[in-house]
Write a protein that binds this ligand. Structure first.
Ligand code: UT7
Length: 345
């Protein structure tokens, strides 16, 4: 019989810039207030790079920490999957830039461009490839450098206060299944990735976006774009909020249903960190108590592709995520895209 494989999470680590920017710091840059930001989003502070670090450098630092934590030699990595919406260059992607900076062998390296949903998409990709047995040690990275492209004036306050810089890396290992060994399911206690669900709706493409530069802009980038500040992120916040709650609920319940479990079987819900009110609404409607939901948006804001692995990394080191736990991750973001993963830790 052909050898079968399952994919397991081999470890998670994160890197955050040292520079803490509080809501009070933002009050000095734009018309906003600590009270407004906390009440509407839950955010108290975020990290903004004050060094020369680019997105790839943040990602590299997260991977270095991961390799040290799981004691894996870099020569054993056979695929690098990098999620980001803030790449160093228009092209190539940060995957190959990180491959060089990490001094990895000439393994495959690719970028996943699904913004806040990068983790579910990256894990779905890694899980599929690990199950073939061809790839044994896949590193997934979520890395974002938002701070240089935020409009830090009153004009951009609805977006600028939300985003933070940071990175997190996850090792996905292909593990051979023994003769009578079961795959991980929501019913057994076998560790590994159980199931993933992905979705998208391009009707939302213009609602949360950076409009320019891009090939849709005459001249790629022009004076008009610069004058209007169209190179800053644009978001219709209320519309995104409503879609986020609806899709995160829909996607979670479909994933739970097709695995024959209910939300009450989940040990830890790890949602994307865009707004604490979104996560409270999702947990509330799923009837998941607060002690089974992990949030850290209060300290880091929205680090987009990095949020979920950053939560997993912190939850594990705080003892809130233990071996054998059933974890549900769920994300929603620009595209629109969304996705969820069911993992036995
Ligand atoms: O990760 C990708 C997915 N992203 C999301 O899921 C984000 C979804 N959206 C949101 O989280 C929320 O919509 C926001 C936090 C962006 C905004 O909160 P809101 O409760 O929807 O506020 P709003 O946009 O309806 O604005 C309410 C008021 C407005 O003033 P008026 O028109 O009522 O006078 C805004 O101009 O708050 C004003 N405002 C601010 N005031 C102080 C907007 N931003 C700020 C600010 N400080 N930073």
């Amino acid at each position: 019989m052909t050898q079968q494989f399952k994919s397991v999470i081999g470890g998670v680590a994160h890197h955050l810039p040292d520079n803490v920017v509080t809501n009070s710091d933002l009050e000095k840059m734009m018309e906003t207030s600590d009270a407004w930001i906390q009440e509407r989003t839950g955010i108290r502070e975020r990290r903004w790079v004050d060094t020369e670090d680019k997105t790839s450098d943040l990602g590299v630092k997260a991977v270095e920490k991961l390799l040290q934590k799981v004691e894996l030699n870099r020569n054993e990595i056979d695929l690098l999957i990098a999620g980001t919406l803030s790449p160093d260059l228009y092209f190539p992607g940060i995957g190959s830039i990180m491959q060089k900076k990490l001094n990895l062998p000439n393994v495959g390296a690719m970028d996943i461009r699904t913004q806040c949903s990068a983790f579910p998409y990256s894990l779905a990709t890694a899980d599929g490839l690990a199950r073939t047995g061809v790839y044994r040690n896949i590193v997934i990275v979520g890395a974002e450098l938002h701070s240089p492209v935020l409009d830090k004036t009153t004009r951009g306050r609805d977006v600028a206060v939300l985003f933070g810089d940071g990175a997190a890396a996850t090792l996905v290992k292909a593990v051979p299944l023994g003769d009578n060994e079961s795959r991980p399911t929501a019913q057994n206690t076998v560790s590994g990735v159980i199931d993933t669900l992905l979705g998208s709706d391009g009707n939302g493409a213009g609602i949360l976006t950076i409009k320019s530069p891009g090939l849709a802009t005459p001249g790629f980038v022009n004076h008009d774009v610069v004058e209007k500040g169209e190179y800053f992120p644009y978001m219709e916040g209320r519309t995104v909020f409503k879609h986020a709650v609806t899709r995160m609920l829909e996607c979670s319940s479909s994933l739970l249903k097709r695995n024959n479990i209910t939300a009450q079987d989940i040990d830890l819900l790890v949602p994307h960190q865009a707004n604490l009110r979104i996560n409270d609404a999702v947990a509330d409607r799923m009837k998941i108590p607060a002690d089974k939901v992990f949030n850290n948006i209060q300290k880091y804001g929205n680090t987009t592709a990095a949020t979920i692995p950053l939560c997993l990394s912190e939850a594990e080191s705080e003892g809130k995520l233990k071996k054998g736990d059933l974890v549900l991750t769920v994300a929603f973001g620009a595209g629109f895209t969304w996705g969820a993963n069911l993992i036995r830790w």
